[in-house]
Design a protein around this ligand. Structure first.
Ligand SMILES: NC(=O)CC(=O)C(=O)O
Length: 269
């Protein structure tokens, strides 16, 4: 199974963003990708006051674009995330997985919202515009079982453990991780989630300067169940591809059967 992560610098012009995403999807499919992951906020990354105006229904214009591409190339596409209308004031930050017929087989609304303050650097108040999701989302495919997550979720190991306990062998994490925090621990967090859950983690990031001058970290990664980085994006926009054999998950879980060594009756979680 060939997995491709597409790293993008997304701006405020939705049709430009989508044309670029489609260009890279066509290229990755041409190189044999079976599954493609795009970054968080794939069709619009701009002023937070605009989020509600850019939010769409699902299905809607943006999901139709990805559906068409998945069907045309007979591949799986995880769109990263788009803003989905929640009500008149709020959106969800929603990730969609399309199957080879272009059907939406998984819809995950970001559960953990990024409210963070770095004095003199930047402030993020995702909860001012976004409603949190409240459901674990997995998808069964002919390749194996996948779990969905988005960006800030990576800091919540409970979510990843829950997905692994549901049987996920590979977990997607589309992201828009700032350079500041990304350079400190983006890779560490992702590798930890892979090692502790003995699964593949596939993460696609936004890269470079955004609409307000904040810089995003990129460094899209594919990590195996030992926590080894098996593919890493270069700087800039582009495609990173890697062959993955999901049977390696079972091998690692048999080598060190941590799932059967758990003591959930002792933990106070
Ligand atoms: N952008 C996010 O959702 C999360 C993030 O940047 C961080 O955890 O740091």
């Amino acid at each position: 199974m060939k997995v491709a992560v597409i790293q993008l610098n997304v701006g405020e012009n939705k049709s430009k963003n989508l044309s670029k995403a489609v260009h890279f999807i066509d290229e990755a499919a041409g190189k044999g990708a079976d599954i493609i992951l795009l970054p968080e906020c794939v069709n619009f990354f701009g002023d937070t006051a605009e989020i509600i105006n850019q939010a769409e229904t699902i299905p809607g214009p943006t999901s139709d674009v990805f559906s068409k591409k998945a069907k045309e190339h007979k591949i799986y596409i995880n769109c990263g995330s788009i803003y989905e209308v929640a009500d008149s004031k709020y959106a969800y930050n929603t990730s969609l997985l399309f199957d080879t017929n272009g059907e939406i087989i998984a819809k995950y609304r970001k559960i953990h919202l990024y409210d963070a303050t770095f004095k003199d650097r930047f402030t993020s108040k995702e909860s001012e515009n976004i409603r949190p999701g409240n459901k674990l989302v997995t998808a069964d495919t002919e390749f194996g079982k996948f779990g969905l997550s988005i960006c800030y979720d990576v800091r919540f190991p409970e979510l990843f453990r829950s997905l692994a306990l549901e049987g996920c062998q590979m977990i997607f994490l589309p992201a828009a991780f700032p350079q500041y925090t990304g350079s400190m621990y983006w890779e560490t967090l992702l590798r930890a989630r892979a090692v502790e859950n003995q699964c593949y983690i596939v993460a696609a990031g936004q890269y470079g300067k955004s609409y307000n001058g904040n810089v995003f970290f990129g460094n899209s990664l594919i990590i195996d169940p030992w926590g080894t980085v098996i593919a890493k994006a270069h700087e800039g926009e582009g495609i990173t591809m890697q062959d993955i054999d999901l049977s390696f998950v079972e091998q690692v879980r048999n080598n060190i059967p941590t799932f059967s060594h758990r003591k959930p009756e002792v933990y106070k979680l």
